[in-house]
Design a binder for this molecule. Structure first.
Ligand SMILES: C[S@@+](CC[C@H](N)C(=O)[O-])C[C@H]1O[C@@H](n2cnc3c(N)ncnc32)[C@H](O)[C@@H]1O
Length: 277
């Protein structure tokens, strides 16, 4: 690919992201360019457009293309009890603090198809905290949120989820929470009793409540630095003194302008605690 071609392609990408923002209010303009470029090249090829500009025209005039674009621009990789040591640390080190609260609000930001959310609900049920907790599960991708609300997953994924749950210190059997058939397993709807699913963007929306724990994992890796700062600012404003923030294994607050608002609580697991100020 020549340098000129790449420069033109970057202009086309910027114009497409502007189009998505002005037409649909989805704002990917400050996502990390390398990942956006890769995903849009894939979309162009697979959707059969000759150029990104042609795809931009499609997006502007055909609303049916929006869900397709969101499928390419948001990465939906997830697992239940992903990085089991993160959930083990929550169980062993964070839960004893949470037990001291009469009621709890937990925000799973960028919840994808619900795998992380249900991991929290099961862990909280095992630890006797579910009844006093309200869980907020938010994402910008409506298909992912709709999937999360069904709580249905392919049966082939269950073996991994089960092993993760065991490594996360699971006190029950994961099979207590689902029924299986037709190559899929359906999570018990009682797990959704205390869950609010909502469309919320870390880029364009505001804080919506005071939380005792925000878990935002593998979302900010797709943002550029200023956008990461915006998201961390939302978490800072949602978390009162001593409340917790959990990030993904490859994420850190080290470069954030808000770093002084937090202290490391379980450093290896990227779990932070809000400082008093
Ligand atoms: C890789 S998944 C992470 C899922 C889960 N948190 C985990 O760690 O397994 C990233 C999720 O972030 C969501 N996302 C992307 N941009 C977002 C934004 N601006 N606000 C909220 N969620 C966003 C995507 O739709 C996707 O569901």
């Amino acid at each position: 690919m020549t340098e000129t071609f790449e420069k033109i392609e970057d202009i086309e990408i910027r114009l497409l992201l502007e189009a998505l923002y002005h037409r649909y209010h989805y704002d990917f303009r400050n996502y990390a360019m390398s990942s956006i470029r890769r995903r849009l090249r894939q979309a162009r090829e697979q959707l059969g457009f000759s150029t990104i500009s042609a795809m931009q025209e499609g997006v502007l005039h055909d609303t049916d293309m929006l869900p397709q674009m969101l499928r390419y621009l948001t990465i939906q990789v997830s697992e239940m009890f992903r990085d089991p040591s993160y959930f083990l640390a929550i169980r062993e080190k964070v839960v004893p603090h949470l037990r001291t609260y009469p009621s709890l609000k937990i925000w799973i930001a960028g919840c994808s198809a619900g795998e992380e959310l249900y991991s929290f609900v099961i862990l909280f049920r095992e630890e006797g905290l579910e009844e006093r907790t309200l869980f907020y599960a938010t994402d910008i991708n409506p298909d992912a949120l709709a999937h999360a609300e069904t709580g249905i997953y392919d049966i082939e994924r269950i073996r991994l989820f089960t092993e993760n749950h065991r490594q996360a210190g699971g006190k029950t059997s994961l099979s207590d929470y689902y029924t299986s058939g037709y190559n899929r397993c359906v999570l018990d709807k009682s797990l959704r009793r205390n869950v609010v699913f909502s469309d919320h963007s870390l880029v364009t929306d505001q804080v919506f409540g005071e939380m005792q724990f925000v878990s935002c994992r593998n979302v900010m890796i797709y943002f550029d630095r200023p956008l990461q700062n915006r998201a961390v600012g939302l978490f800072r404003d949602s978390l009162p003194h001593n409340a917790f923030l959990g990030l993904g294994a490859k994420e850190t607050l080290r470069f954030s302008t808000h770093v002084d608002s937090f202290r490391e609580f379980v450093r290896e697991e990227k779990i932070y605690q809000r400082n008093g100020e």
